[in-house]
Each structure stands twice: as C-alpha cells, then as structure tokens.
Ligand binder design. Structure first.
Ligand code: GLN
Length: 742
C-alpha cells in the first residue's frame, strides 16, 4: 500500500486498514493478471471485509459527487481539472468510469488521507454514496432510460434520489433545472443551485412526476397545470456564454464537441465555484480538455501487420442509451462520412438491446454504416428497418478497417465510431497498441482539424414528404414508404376502411407507452407490408389526441407504472380502442399494454385500476423481484395452426406484473425460459380473438417476424412473400439474432 494512502485515515481501526490494503492488493493483482481494471474486484472484496469501508474512507475529506444518466465522466473530468487550479497534486478522482461503490472505494483507498475527491457515481448508487461520503457538493445532471434491466424505471430512480436527498446531510446540490425528473428529485432540498444546462431528451418526462398530467415544454422552460414548473435558475447558458443571476458572465469555447458538453461544463463550473474555485480559472481548464477516457479522441486505423498503412482516423464517441445516441448523432461528421456503430449487451451495458428502437437510426441514412459489436445483428435488424445502408461485421477491427477504407475512398480523413460501454472498450482495444501510441500525437496525422467540423443537416434528416420528421422525441415514427420501397407496383389495399389508400397501423400513446422500444412493432408491421408492395402508414397517437377507430392494426407498448395508469384512464374514457377491436381490428398489446388490455391491474401505489376489458385477464404486482431477462416460449397449439407452427418466440421481459388469464383465454405460448405471465401454468401472453398480449420486448415483432406476418394476415388476409430485394439482409440478420438467443 502506498505511503499516506487512504488507509491512514483509519487511525487504529484495524478492520478498515486491512480491508483497504486487501482492496488495493486485489485490484493490483487483477490488473497484473489482466483480469480487468481491478476496481470492481478490489473494491468488492474491501466492502465485503468491511461494509463501512466507504464511510471510513470518506471521513475527514471534502468530497464532490457527480451523478446522472449521461455526462458523468466528462463532468467529473471537467470538475477535477478545475479543482486542480486549487489542489495541484493529490486530488482524488474517478478512473475509467468506475462509479459503483467498489470503484469509489478503490479510488479513495489509493489516494492520500484527507485529500479532496471528485467522484462520479452511478445514478442507482447515489443514495449509498451520499450517505456514506457526506459530500460537500453533489452535481445532478439528468435522468433518462438506461439499462432498464437493472434500474427498472427512470421514475423509480428519480423517486429514490428524492427520498435520499431529503434525508442526507445537506450538501450543496447543483441540479439541472431543465430536466423535470432531476428537478422533481431535488426540489425542496435546502441549498440547491439550479443551472439551466439544457436537456434535449424529454421523452422520459412527458408526464408530470407530481400528478401524471402531461408536462408542456417551451423554449427555455417546462411546466405542468398542477403548478410544478422549472425552478428559476441561478446560472444558464446563452450560446457560448455562461451567465449568472448576479449579472456575471463568461465566454468559453470547449475543444469537446456538442451542446451537451457545454452543459456538462456549465454544471462543472458552478460546482467548481461551490468548491472554492474561480469560474474563470475553472472554464480555462475545461477549455483545454481534448478527450475524456478515449472519447472524442482521433485514432488512426491500421492493421497490426501494416502499421504504416493508415487510411483514415476514427473518432470515438461513447453513447450508452437513447438520449446519448441522440447527442452523438448531433455531432457526427457530415454525410457521406461513414460511421461504425457498435453495441454490446453485457451487464455493464444493460442486457436488453430493445432500446435500439428508441434511437432514431433513420438519421444515419445517406452514409455507409458498419454495424459491429456482440449485438451487431440486433443493430443490423434495426438499421434495415430504418432503411440505412449498412454492412455487418462481427470483428471490431474489420469494421474499423471497412469504414476507414470507405472514408479514404471518398477522400475523407476521418469517420465516427459510436459505441456503447463495453463495445467502446473492445473497439479501442481492437486497434493495435503501437498505432494507438501514434494517435496520441494525432496532430501528425493531420486529422485534428476534423474534430470541430460542423455537421450540416441535409434533407435526408427528414422522412419523405408528408411524413413526420425523424426526431429523437419520436424515434421510430418513420414508416412511410420510401421511393425504393414502392418501386414494386402497389397492390390493392385490403384495409378495413374502404376509402383508405394505405393500411393504417396505430401506435397508441408512444409518449406514455414507449419506454421499452415497443414503438418498433408498428415500424416492423409497416415495413413488412411495404416489402410486399402494400403501402402502409403508421399513425403515432399521442396521449390526449383522439384514438382512431378505423385503423387496421393497433399497437400498445410497455411503460412505467404511472404513465401506464394514465394511458389506461385515457383509453377507457375514449372507448375507441375497445370499439375498434370489437369491429375486427388486430391489437398487439405488450407488457404494460397487455395489462391495460386486461380487466384490472395494479397502479403505481398498489391500488387496483380498471383495464379495458379487451382480454379477460387480471394482473397484480408480484411481491418479490421483477421478472427481468430473456424469455423463450413455444406458441400454443391454437396459434401454431394459424401460422406460427414450429416457431419459438423470443423476447426480453422486464415487469413486476403477474397476469392470470380467464379459462376462456389461451396463452400465446408456453414459457421455455423466463417467467412470462408468472402463473402456475407457465403461460406467456394471451391470444384472444384478434388480440395478442405478450410480456416480450425486443421489440417482439422485430425478433419474431413470423408473429408480425401472422398479425398482418389476421388483419388483412393472405399476403404475398416479402420482396427480398427490398428487405435486404433483414431476414438473414434476424435469423442470426434468433440463433444467438434461442
Ligand atoms: N409497469 C408494468 C410492470 O412493471 C409494465 C412494465 C413494462 O411495460 N415493461 O409490470
């Protein structure tokens, strides 16, 4: 153990000293054996030996914590650099994104006793860190959907923050006033400093966290009819200036790209001030940051065997969740620069890649995309349905080389790599080490100037005329046929409404029931019709707007408890969905939607709420753990005879509900893996006339195209096969994805 390292904080506390020493040694060993960074294993062992270790390590030092879904690592880096103006040598800070309690233990144990610390904290562990470390300053950045298999619901996280902030010893809280969930968590905390950091992603806060009514967003504000509104701010951004309510302002220009990084810098600057640093000095330090843990760095791409043969540089961008991908897409090199996109679904990434359908991949049209990572086939399916030209390569290095080659064939010197957490690390390692060193003198390669190159929106940012633009707020709205899709002669439309020229698919309340990627089901249905030459239209029915009665197919998706209750109430009041189903429309109801379609379900506070009574079924909340994980089911005989024979269904479940079907209803399938309805018979979902209920996300129709085709045939009668020229390699990617999962 290093002299003066954290253990000396313990005085004569032998248990603390020993645990601290063991944590550091285990970490070192793990690094030596190349088993990992050593932070997790070392810290975990340390905490096992002494559960109070974090508290002991935090005692007697100034601590600043940074938490939120996105921007933690960058904000922590900005803040640490700013604090170095005051604390040149022994400032402790997080390394390599180790932000669980185990990582905090290792960071603190390796530093000097009493030295100040700036640490990033995983949003789900903020409570533990707050109580153990009694920080002086806490920075709350934002909350949005991420790793829902671990965090369940964004709102649940916000309410945990709210509880712990109420009860923790009062730190100075620097909170992003532009994020309603952060505002809800921090409202009422004494000493909170509100910063308008900006927040492009509002999709997880459409319903007021206080009363459930819709929040309205205006430029520079948000409010609800119940009175909950954006608090007045003490600091805000205006272009490249940071303003304070007392009239002071500072102009700053970061090397890191994107509005979101300016917001991170604003939060860090206000936090630095609370830690006693002059804002001018703080911003000057932040302006110098060029890359953070490999992010935004340009790396030349070459094979190990041909280190001199560099075609183009890769700029690495980390994006872990839909809000992060939306930010990443905003800073990409302009089209037609190719891009590598890489996704894994390990524990650290979140095991359910359904969120890919909440990302507006349509924005990548007009450039070659190379899909890679352990979930490259999920990506490929998503890209195909988004009509993005792409190739799929399992090998990370091959993917980088392919993009590099394409870039250089277009005389471009750089391209972007957007990857989620472990995929990012794997791709960084895929580049040969020798070349990696070269990159650190990136200027030699002459591509540094490309970093600041702006992106120019082109008409392909929007969908073809008449369709809603592809936005991040409604990422999967685009199902309007493109020219390519309609090259084939249009067939007669077998739609329910004789006057209509397109099959109509209504996606119900994507703003309330769109948390788990299920909006993709409507897109899959529409594309599979277009690939048969049948024009289709997806109508996104936002909450509060009339529900159409004459659509051919309806989709209900999964959602959080409170928005689910609101959706049920609106649908009951409207009555249109029940009427449409009565008159023969097909309904696919997923998870929260499945519960809503039943007779009764459990509301957010455990109360019993009325469903629509479309499926004779009742859902209650399970007492134990949520059902989270992969599900496989074998369709029951009734459904098999209708076109699913021999087909296994695959999906990802994430729910607290247990659903009991009335004896007159058949389950959709028998569970082979996972929980499904959670009742004794081992059933999954429900099949009731033209209504299909299921707990499967994925989205279920992307992972089970036969189920999609079966629903379409149920609605429209026998259909011709899809035109493989139009569907591209979708079927190949789907079958690979299914083979991985089944
Ligand atoms: N809120 C519901 C439950 O937990 C549905 C969740 C979901 O749609 N994934 O059971």
């Amino acid at each position: 153990m290093a002299d003066g390292a954290g253990s000396s904080a313990f005085g004569w506390d032998v248990r603390g000293r020993v645990s601290c020493g063991v944590a550091l040694t285990a970490g070192k060993l793990s690094r030596l054996l190349r088993a990992g960074s050593g932070d997790v294993i070392g810290g975990t062992i340390g905490l096992k030996l002494d559960p109070a270790l974090l508290e002991k390590l935090g005692a007697g030092r100034e601590v600043c914590l940074v938490s939120g879904t996105n921007g933690k690592t960058t904000t922590t880096r900005f803040l640490a650099d700013a604090l170095r103006t005051r604390q040149a040598h022994d400032l402790i800070t997080s390394q390599g994104g180790a932000n669980l309690p185990s990582g905090l233990v290792v960071a603190l144990a390796a530093g000097r006793a009493g030295a100040p610390a700036v640490l990033e904290v995983d949003e789900a562990y903020l409570g533990i860190a707050l109580l153990a470390l009694a920080p002086k300053v806490v920075v709350l950045l934002n909350l949005s959907r991420d790793q829902l298999d671990r965090t369940s619901e964004v709102r649940m996280l916000a309410s945990r923050w709210r509880e712990v902030l109420k009860s923790s010893p009062s730190p100075v809280v620097i909170a992003n006033a532009d994020d309603p969930l952060v505002a809800w968590a921090a409202m009422g905390v004494p000493g909170v400093v509100w910063v308008a950091g900006g927040q492009g992603w509002h999709v997880d806060a459409v319903a007021c966290p206080c009363c459930g009514e819709p929040l309205s967003f205006t430029i520079g504000g948000w409010s609800c009819s119940c009175g909950f509104a954006r608090p007045s701010v003490q600091a805000w951004l205006e272009g490249s200036e940071l303003h304070m309510a007392d009239g002071r302002r500072w102009e700053f220009h970061l090397r890191l790209p994107g509005d979101f990084n300016r917001a991170n810098a604003a939060m860090a600057a206000v936090a630095a001030q609370a830690m006693g640093v002059d804002i001018n000095d703080a911003l000057a330090r932040m302006e110098k940051v060029e890359s953070v843990s490999g992010r935004y760095a340009l790396r030349p791409v070459a094979e190990a065997s041909q280190p001199g043969h560099i075609q183009a540089c890769a700029r690495f961008i980390l994006a872990k969740n839909p809000a992060g991908w939306a930010e990443a897409f905003g800073i990409l090199f302009p089209r037609p620069a190719p891009a590598v996109v890489a996704v894994n679904a390990r524990v650290a990434d979140g095991r359910d890649p359904s969120w890919l359908w909440d990302v507006a991949f349509e924005r990548l049209r007009g450039r070659l995309v190379v899909a890679t990572g352990e979930r490259c086939y999920d990506l490929s399916v998503r890209l195909a349905y988004a009509q993005v030209e792409h190739i799929t390569l399992q090998s990370g290095l091959e993917a980088l080389l392919a993009a590099s080659e394409r870039a250089s064939s277009m005389s471009l010197r750089a391209f972007d790599v957007v990857a989620n957490y472990t995929a990012f690390q794997h791709l960084q390692r895929a580049l040969p080490a020798a070349i990696r060193c070269g990159c650190q003198q990136g200027g030699d390669l002459g591509c540094g100037d490309l970093v600041t190159q702006p992106t120019h929106p082109t008409p392909t940012d929007a969908t073809p005329t008449g369709a809603a633009p592809v936005t991040d707020a409604a990422p999967v709205t685009d199902a309007t046929p493109t020219g390519a899709a309609l090259r084939k002669e249009a067939r007669t439309i077998p739609a329910r409404h004789p006057s209509r020229s397109e099959v109509c698919i209504a996606n119900i309340f994507p703003d309330l029931l769109g948390t788990y990627g299920d909006g993709g089901n409507a897109v899959v249905l529409a594309r599979r019709l277009e690939w048969r030459g049948i024009p289709a239209q997806v109508v996104q029915v936002q909450a509060g707007t009339p529900v159409p009665e004459h659509a051919d197919l309806y989709c209900l998706g999964g959602g959080e408890d409170a928005p689910q209750a609101r959706a049920a109430e609106l649908l009951r009041l409207s009555g249109s969905l029940a009427k449409a189903v009565d008159s023969g429309a097909v309904l696919l109801a997923v998870c929260a939607g499945f519960q809503i379609a039943g007779e009764e379900f459990s509301g957010p506070s455990g109360s019993r709420l009325a469903g629509l009574g479309i499926i004779p079924a009742v859902s209650v909340r399970a007492k134990g753990r949520r059902a989270v994980g992969e599900v496989t089911s074998r369709p029951v005989r009734g459904s098999g005879s209708l076109g699913l024979a021999g087909e296994l269904l695959t999906g990802f479940e994430n729910h607290a509900g247990i659903t009991t079907l009335s004896p007159v209803v058949s389950p959709l399938g028998k569970v082979l893996k996972g929980v499904g309805n959670g009742t004794a018979g081992g059933g999954e979902g429900a099949l009731h006339g033209r209504v299909v209920g299921t707990y499967m996300h994925g989205p279920v129709l992307a992972r089970n195209p036969k189920l999609a085709d079966w629903l379409l045939e149920m609605a429209l009668g026998p259909l011709p096969p899809v035109d493989l020229n139009l569907s591209g390699d979708t079927e190949v990617a789907v079958s690979r994805l299914r083979a991985e999962r089944l």
